[in-house]
Design a protein around this ligand. Structure first.
Ligand code: ADP
Ligand code: MG
Length: 247
């Protein structure tokens, strides 16, 4: 069996004494998985994703990420874990408007304290090319479509060679044709071995994942393998060689 990326043991989250939002969540995620996290509004998906992403802490329970117990780490330790082990993709892209495509992809390196130079720049350019934006390196977010902005965000999520990519409704702001492009890209990255956890409330989108975890009222209601949608005829390959050494 593939190596474990993370393990949650009895994770509870209380926002107040009476607001019990996660009720003893257990979850093991292995390398190469592609998980869709589903469930009705208010069921705890974002809370769980925030904990997985070390953006928030559980009230109690164990969270082991790459073998380290992160549930009791300080905020600064968590931010260091975030910048080294995790890649994030958000519904709103969260790009910096004043930065170019390449500069946006560089941002997580800055957080990691890596000095930018010609070799980091080359790597970020390769990642832009990987997501099909090799001809838009100096554009700013305003000059790009929503789908192109999300592709920048995907490239940015790869730059620190993350153990795990977390995506919160990555196609939530996109039309169905563009959503398909993004999902094909995430599927290709998963084929290359990237581990992905994606929150979505759309069955069509969850259908790209290989495992579907459904939440209800702070509990995991079901956790099942899924045969992902077949890639559409002629779906573009990703230029994998660009990823080697780059992500
Ligand atoms: N920061 C917060 N403070 C207090 N309550 C919160 C906070 N974030 C979420 N909640 C509550 O926790 C519950 C789960 O929310 P959330 O994790 O956002 O669910 P989902 O993403 O599945 O819609 C909801 O009842 C929500 O109102
Ligand atoms: Mg939510």
């Amino acid at each position: 069996m593939a190596n474990e990326v993370l393990e949650l043991e009895g994770i509870n989250k209380f926002y107040t004494e009476s607001l019990h939002v996660l009720k003893g969540i257990d979850l093991t995620v292995r390398e190469g998985e592609f998980i869709a996290l589903m469930g009705p509004s208010g069921s705890g998906k974002s809370t769980l994703l925030n904990i997985l992403g070390c953006l928030d802490k559980p009230t109690n329970g164990g969270y082991f990420l790459g073998g380290q117990d992160v549930s009791s780490m300080s905020d600064s330790q968590l931010s260091s874990i975030r910048s080294r082990y995790l890649g994030f993709i958000f519904q709103q892209y969260n790009l910096l408007p004043q930065y170019t495509v390449v500069e946006n992809i560089e941002v997580p390196l800055i957080y990691q304290g890596i000095r930018l130079d010609s070799s980091t720049k080359k790597r970020c350019e390769a990642l832009a090319e990987l997501v099909g934006l090799g001809h838009r390196l100096d554009h700013r977010p305003m000059q790009l479509s929503g789908g192109q902005q999300q592709r920048v965000a995907i490239a940015r999520s790869l730059v620190n060679k993350p153990q795990l990519i977390l995506a919160d409704e990555p196609t939530g702001n996109l039309d169905s044709k563009t959503s398909l492009e993004i999902m094909v890209m995430l599927s290709r990255l998963n084929e290359m071995g990237k581990t992905i956890i994606m929150v979505t409330h759309e069955n069509d989108i969850a259908g790209w994942a290989r495992r579907i975890v459904r939440m209800r009222d702070g509990n995991i209601e079901s956790d099942e393998a899924n045969e992902p949608w077949p890639l559409p005829e002629g779906a573009p390959e990703l230029p994998v060689h660009l990823l080697e050494g780059a992500a």
